[in-house]
Design a protein around this ligand. Structure first.
Ligand code: TRP
Length: 353
């Protein structure tokens, strides 16, 4: 029986190949992943997961994503919870901070943004469902770009808006909060920490029972995606022919990207559709992903090659391997489609039809 570290490192190896990363980079990133998981990496998979992380449905503290563009191989990212093996959320946050600080020393990037807001998101007795996640963008060269995900409701859901506004103010984004669309809470604040061309602050908004037509209205960028483009993406990803049908399962998330302290609008927007709650099985989710990639001029071949490196099961024999489909717009760049892929280290959700 493999350990969590062995299992996910093996998956990552196949994904690195799909993403066009070389042997050397793949080996480096396997080690980076195992190190970031800490002692949990050594836990055998015949034991139940040691915590009930909200990062993935089966509580594997790792999720992959492939971010497609019209030209070239997709970018590979891995989202993980460094504190997954700890007993309390407070320790979980500490372990997360330690892991991120170790990365900042290793790769020489600044944690200044995180330092500015740390007390807001990692208070003495944080509330759930997460304390700190980090995402690594695995680019060629063996040095990943690093993002940190924090919970605006860490000081309680009733204070989430206040916490978020305070954090944005401290980061110099005094006009960001007012630019957000209405929604039902803020599941994450994400900060770029590594060596990014243009570091971003990203705010996620939750939209329960949204329709595809309403999804068309969520972007607040000046020159972003059109309503028709967003509506089409949402309707196709969720498999709702009618644009006004409500997505009453897991909520759609919108993500608003802030890069410029002087601007009163976000510079980027992403629409996240939790396809796993709107498909009977992954065969259906995969068909939708392939259709959307094709429609946006992106080659679906890497996605088809990625799945067998994650699992030996057939797509139609479970649901949740494809967790989210997302359409991302960033000013001055062609749109991207991101496919979020579960590790399923612990369990597979059975198909629903
Ligand atoms: N599992 C959580 C959710 O479904 C968090 C999460 C994991 C997530 N990967 C994501 C959220 C990708 C948005 C996009 O919400």
């Amino acid at each position: 029986m493999p350990t969590l570290g062995e299992f996910t490192a093996r998956q990552l190896r196949g994904l690195c190949e799909v993403a066009g990363l070389g042997e050397q980079d793949a080996r480096t990133y396997q080690d980076v992943l195992v190190e970031a998981l800490g002692p949990e990496a050594g836990r055998r998979l015949d034991l139940p997961p040691s915590g009930r992380t909200f990062l993935s449905d089966d509580h594997t503290p790792v999720e992959y994503s492939l971010s497609f563009r019209p030209d070239g191989a997709p970018d590979l990212r891995v989202l993980l919870e460094p504190g997954c093996g700890t007993a309390t959320l407070e320790e979980n946050g500490r372990a997360g901070l330690d892991a991120v600080r170790a990365m900042s020393r290793r790769w020489g990037f600044s944690t200044a943004w995180l330092d500015k807001v740390e007390d807001l998101f990692l208070p003495a007795s944080p509330q759930g469902p997460l304390a700190l996640w980090c995402a690594l963008e695995l680019r060629p060269g063996g040095v990943p770009r690093v993002k940190v995900y924090l919970n605006p409701a860490a000081r309680g859901p009733a204070r989430a808006a206040e916490t978020l506004r305070e954090a944005l103010d401290r980061l110099g984004l005094t006009r960001a909060f007012a630019a957000l669309p209405p929604g039902d809470g803020y599941p994450f604040l994400a900060l770029d920490l590594g060596d990014w061309e243009q570091p971003r602050v990203k705010v996620y908004v939750r939209h329960p029972a949204l329709s595809a037509a309403e999804a068309g209205e969520l972007s607040r960028t000046a020159d972003g995606p059109t309503a028709a483009e967003l509506r089409d993406f949402a309707a196709t990803a969720a498999g709702t022919a009618a644009g006004d049908a409500r997505l009453s399962g897991l909520p759609v998330l919108s993500c608003h990207v802030f890069t410029d302290t002087a601007a009163d609008r976000p510079s980027g927007f992403t629409l996240h559709i939790p396809v796993r709650d709107y498909a009977r099985h992954d065969g259906e989710a995969l068909d939708r992903a392939v259709a959307l990639l094709g429609r946006h001029g992106m080659d679906p071949a890497p996605l088809l090659r990625a799945l067998p490196s994650l699992t030996g099961r057939r797509p139609q024999d479970g649901v949740g391997l494809i967790a989210y489909l997302a359409l991302a717009h960033q000013r001055g760049r062609p749109p991207r489609i991101t496919v979020y892929l579960s590790a399923e280290a612990y369990s597979v959700r059975p198909p629903t039809g």
